[in-house]
Ligand binder design. Structure first.
Ligand SMILES: Nc1nc2c(ncn2[C@@H]2O[C@H](COP(=O)(O)OP(=O)(O)OP(=O)(O)O)[C@@H](O)[C@H]2O)c(=O)[nH]1
Ligand SMILES: [Mg+2]
Length: 284
């Protein structure tokens, strides 16, 4: 988890992905519903040409439901199949089965024309670190899954998980690299916990989150902490510190502790269902 990506890592991951893609029909791409664009991999569209594509808005339970719908439409308008899911409690899993058939309609047709019967759809799960790939695979595959063992004839002898008679899943999730050029992307990924906290200035980050919440989700901080949102971000963070008794020796407010607490609450969905980038802004 929380892999640090260097150019060498990215080259290696890209090569691995290219190899894996040769074996599959469908890419199941997980994105974090709170940051659906920032949590996408910049190269996947190019790498995944000619493959059926399914985007899962994972952690939909933590994101704003109105935005979930807006993002679903957004990706559908770009030609993707989309399902909202909560991989922890399994919401959305039943829909996926049908959507997979729909997404792979052409392959199924092609097989039929060639007289190939019952060749399962082969899929792989891909996404950036911490987006929920392992959780999704466990929930989706469930207990019924059986590893189908090495396939003869496949160079590397990959392991497959048989989900049912129609679908097989490549058992190594493809870990993708996020985009790094845009600092705002890095900040949003840090908000949701996809970048190591200890390399970041948590207080600075907390102030940014407070500014965003105050503007876009007015009143949620007031409600959670019983504080006023009237002041600037530093004052609000001070208010949270006071409300939660985050104090250093000598009664001085402990902003670092308050920042940690704010992020624990935010990432745990305690402040509310919050989306950090809005689909409306991406329409054009
Ligand atoms: N609330 C919520 N939490 C989720 C969901 N899916 C995954 N998580 C949590 O997100 C965290 C990361 O999940 P993993 O499944 O380990 O993510 P991953 O993509 O396999 O991460 P790497 O193996 O590091 O690439 C865990 O704490 C999960 O419990 C979801 O749909 N909703
Ligand atoms: Mg994992």
């Amino acid at each position: 988890m929380n892999v640090q990506w260097y150019p060498g890592h990215m080259t290696k991951a890209k090569r691995q992905m290219q190899e894996d893609l040769k074996l599959i029909d469908l890419i199941i791409e997980l994105v974090d519903a709170r940051v659906p664009l920032s949590s996408r991999n910049p190269d996947i569209d190019q790498l995944g040409q000619n493959k059926s594509r399914l985007i899962l808005l994972n952690k939909a339970d933590l994101a704003d439901e109105r935005q979930n719908e807006a993002w679903k439409e957004y990706f559908q308008s770009k030609g993707f199949h989309v399902v909202k899911v909560d991989s922890r409690n399994g919401a959305g899993m039943k829909t996926i089965q049908n959507v997979i058939q729909e997404a792979c309609k052409e392959k199924i047709e092609r097989d039929r024309r060639r007289g190939i019967k019952n060749r399962p759809i082969r899929a792989m799960v891909a996404g950036i670190p911490n987006v929920g790939k392992s959780t999704f695979i466990n929930t989706f595959a469930g207990k019924a899954c059986a590893k189908t063992g090495n396939r003869p004839g496949v160079t590397k002898g990959k392991q497959w998980i048989r989900l049912n008679k129609n679908v097989e899943l490549l058992d190594t999730p493809g870990i993708l690299w996020p985009k790094f050029e845009d600092q705002e992307v890095g900040i949003r990924l840090a908000f949701v916990g996809s970048i190591k906290d200890d390399i970041l200035n948590m207080e600075e980050l907390a102030l940014k989150l407070i500014d965003y919440l105050k503007a876009r989700y007015t009143g949620l901080l007031e409600k959670r902490y019983g504080i006023s949102e009237a002041g600037n971000a530093v004052e609000i963070l001070g208010g949270i510190a006071k409300a939660r008794g985050c104090l250093k020796k000598g009664e001085e407010l402990d902003y670092t502790k308050a920042s940690g607490l704010l992020f624990d609450d935010f990432r745990g969905g305690k402040i509310g269902r919050i989306t950090l980038e809005w689909a409306e802004q991406e329409k054009n």
